[in-house]
Design a protein. Structure first.
Length: 255
């Protein structure tokens, strides 16, 4: 069952200085199945971040439709989008985006405060998340007292506290060292095993190899996708590296 559907999505930006417009995404159609871990790959400027911003309702599509559990995000009014994003979509940023003035606990519970949820009830779930993400015991500390890996896990707990239908992650391991990156991605896999649907953007084949399926974007279009299937992570990684070389050689051929 598809939890997220994109139907012929396009996005153009108008330039006030140079005139005309820039096509960021063109005729993008895809689905994310329930409990699937999908990865979006592509070089800089391919449209990856634009796609995530549209999915998170941070920006509006120019054409097409986006549906989450069958509900059109495009047809919503701005206030409704903000509420829906807060309650149904979790977002993890590369730079963590934690508030240094708040404790770990308060950072995680912030979405609950904004959505006026019962904080007392949510604290039990917060503690479950902290245990799952190996940040238990850090709830009273502040972000500047934590390592980068710990900060990112706090950011993930914050994104999950309202139990969203889908978790969107924009280069979540990009600011981490290799060990912290692997730990983070393994925890994504643990979240998936518990039923969480994930859509992650990355430029790293290593990070992408943790997913079930990798979709390749180029010049705002989907140009290919490959499934992990029964491959080991190493085998999938090798296939991803090969596919990237194919895309690059196609660029050279086109030139």
């Amino acid at each position: 069952m598809a939890i997220l559907t994109l139907e012929h999505v396009g996005k153009q930006y108008t330039s006030k200085w140079k005139g005309g417009h820039t096509v960021a995404l063109e005729d993008v159609s895809m689905q994310v199945e329930e409990n699937e871990f999908v990865v979006i790959m592509g070089e800089s400027g391919a449209g990856k971040s634009t796609l995530l911003n549209l999915l998170a309702c941070f920006d509006d599509v120019s054409e097409g439709d986006i549906k989450l559990q069958g509900k059109s995000l495009v047809s919503m009014k701005e206030e409704e989008k903000a509420m829906y994003r807060r309650d149904h979509i979790g977002f993890v940023f590369q730079d963590f985006s934690l508030l240094d003035s708040l404790s770990v606990e308060d950072n995680i519970l912030l979405p609950c405060v904004l959505s006026e949820k019962n904080i007392k009830e949510k604290k039990d779930y917060m503690n479950e998340l902290c245990t799952l993400l190996h940040i238990d015991g850090l709830q009273k500390r502040f972000p500047y007292e934590l390592s980068g890996g710990q900060q990112q896990r706090v950011a993930i707990a914050r994104a999950l506290i309202n139990q969203p239908e889908i978790l969107l992650a924009d280069e979540p391991s990009g600011a981490l060292d290799s060990k912290s990156s692997m730990q983070l991605l393994e925890q994504f896999c643990e979240l998936q095993k518990k039923g969480q649907s994930i859509l992650m953007v990355t430029h790293s084949p290593m990070a992408a190899s943790y997913g079930d399926r990798v979709v390749f974007l180029k010049d705002g279009k989907i140009v290919n996708e490959i499934y992990k299937g029964e491959d080991s992570r190493q085998e999938f990684y090798n296939r991803l590296v090969h596919m990237l070389s194919v895309v690059e050689s196609r660029d050279l051929h086109e030139d």
